[in-house]
Ligand binder design. Sequence first.
Ligand SMILES: Cc1cc2nc3c(=O)[nH]c(=O)nc-3n(C[C@H](O)[C@H](O)[C@H](O)COP(=O)(O)OP(=O)(O)OC[C@H]3O[C@@H](n4cnc5c(N)ncnc54)[C@H](O)[C@@H]3O)c2cc1C
Length: 288
Amino acid sequence: MTAEPPIETPRSLADAFDALAGSTADAQITPIAGGTDVMVAITGELGPVPERMLDLSRVDALRGIHLEHDGLVLGARTTYTEIRRSALCREHLPALVEAAATIGAAQIQNRGTLGGNIANASPAGDTLPILLAADAMILVGGQRGEREIAAMDFFVAYRKTALAPDELILQVRFPVPPGREVRFRKVGTRRAQAISKMVMAIAWEDFGATGWSNVRIALGSVAATPIRARATEAVLEGTHPTPEVADRAAETLAGELQPIDDVRSTADYRRAVSARILHRLLRDAGGW
Ligand SMILES: Cc1cc2nc3c(=O)[nH]c(=O)nc-3n(C[C@H](O)[C@H](O)[C@H](O)COP(=O)(O)OP(=O)(O)OC[C@H]3O[C@@H](n4cnc5c(N)ncnc54)[C@H](O)[C@@H]3O)c2cc1C
């Protein structure tokens, strides 16, 4: 039986920043939002027990979903249930609502947060490919000030992020340019309570005659971090997804990915299912 670590519960962002100011890589204070990842680690069986904790549950500045002139903004403490119920998310980023509905089951969706999924930085985190595909910007901050980090630059290595130990994730901003579509698909062992074997989000802007532009294909569970498949994106850029283009894109994706075998799946399956899911998403988008 391990002793519970001391926990502070600030009531404002300024107090949270003050409490976190002493956090360093060697003496880390662990924020806790919904606790659905942190509490799994607290027994010590899966790694070191956090030494000190910072409970974010009273920091209301980290909550809320709103639309700004250039995007949809979600507070880090937004739960999956809130995303599922949000009319703004359903209208401007339905792919995120779909992803939220696949995470855990109701209990996890009621507590688990977007910020927790991002900071936890599991390669299987289901929202992360959407962040990459939608060119999301992550606002982080602490006593030293605030900065925005592109989602693409946030996940630097296996479960390592660009977040400093004395910073919190504050908000995520999803640009919502006109004409853009984002689609999401997850493959797990079952429909609920399944960690992804492969998870994919694709995005594009379509203005008709010139074909697709700003194509993004992002995947999770196929590498140490969520990744973009840039060679496959290049196949789709400036085209429309005809069956021939979809064949070529799926083939390119299967060649481009270098997943590993692990307890959840094999590399071969991950490669094959990724190609197949991409093909299906392109077929749906092309309407053939
Ligand atoms: C049964 C079960 C099923 C699950 N199913 C899925 C699933 O299907 N898909 C999926 O992707 N995940 C799943 N998860 C994992 C988990 O629910 C998600 O990653 C969730 O989003 C974590 O959010 P949280 O608020 O609970 O994070 P917490 O556990 O509170 O924190 C997670 C990490 O993020 C840090 N953190 C939290 N908030 C902030 C912040 N604002 N700033 C900086 N750091 C912060 C914490 O210090 C910690 O390192 C599952 C977990 C369980 C237990």
